[in-house]
Design a protein around this ligand. Structure first.
Ligand code: IMP
Ligand code: MG
Length: 180
């Protein structure tokens, strides 16, 4: 059933499952014979991380980072703050960042600079949603679940508005009055 604050569903549970499977298979193919060091960006990427990882069939490890670029507004601003750093060493490793949304690119641009300074063997980006409409940084996703050309604010499946709605099993558009 649709959450009372949502206008419509834009990605169903079935579509999410299909995307995780497709990405997992592609990563398995691309990294055959290698070991992957996944870095998941909390909080938003946690359901996507769990779903994609379980469809990956090569050796892998998982670490987490938490960064903040904005408070309770709907767009990135200010400087990237690392609230939680990775706990392992990624030097010489094949790193894949798992992120919820690539929007302006500000977060991932800064994150890739930071992680590249640790000299991984390779570094790729896997994002659940790619929203190129507001891109200001030169960042592209190596893997993505869904691309939205339209500039919509989405919630559900890890994506929040003011920390809520992460629990929804689908992705939906909020009713405009919710953020008014
Ligand atoms: P960027 O730094 O502008 O690329 O923003 C990336 C971050 O903004 C993502 O990790 C999300 O947490 C957040 N974000 C961007 N668009 C949305 C949205 O539509 N819904 C929820 N969070 C969003
Ligand atoms: Mg985020």
């Amino acid at each position: 059933m649709l959450n009372k604050d949502c206008e419509r569903i834009v990605i169903s549970e079935e579509q999410i499952a299909e995307a995780a499977e497709r990405i997992g298979k592609q990563i398995t193919k691309d990294y055959e014979g290698k070991e992957i060091a996944f870095i998941s960006i909390l909080n938003g990427a946690y359901p996507f991380t769990a779903d994609v990882m379980r469809k990956v069939d090569v050796d892998c490890t998982i670490d987490f980072m938490q960064v903040s670029t904005y408070g309770d507004s709907t767009s990135s601003s200010g400087t990237l703050k690392i609230k939680r750093d990775i706990s392992g060493d990624i030097t010489g490793k094949h790193v894949i960042i798992l992120e919820d949304i690539l929007d302006t690119g500000y977060t991932l641009h800064n994150l890739t600079n930071y992680l590249n300074s640790k000299k991984p063997a390779s570094l790729k980006i896997c994002t659940f949603i790619d929203k190129p409409a507001r891109r200001t940084e030169d960042v592209h996703a190596d893997y993505y679940g869904f691309k939205f050309e339209e500039d919509l604010f989405l919630v559900g499946y890890g994506l929040d508005y003011a920390q809520k709605y992460r629990n929804l099993p689908y992705v939906a558009v909020l009713k405009p009055e919710v953020y008014a």
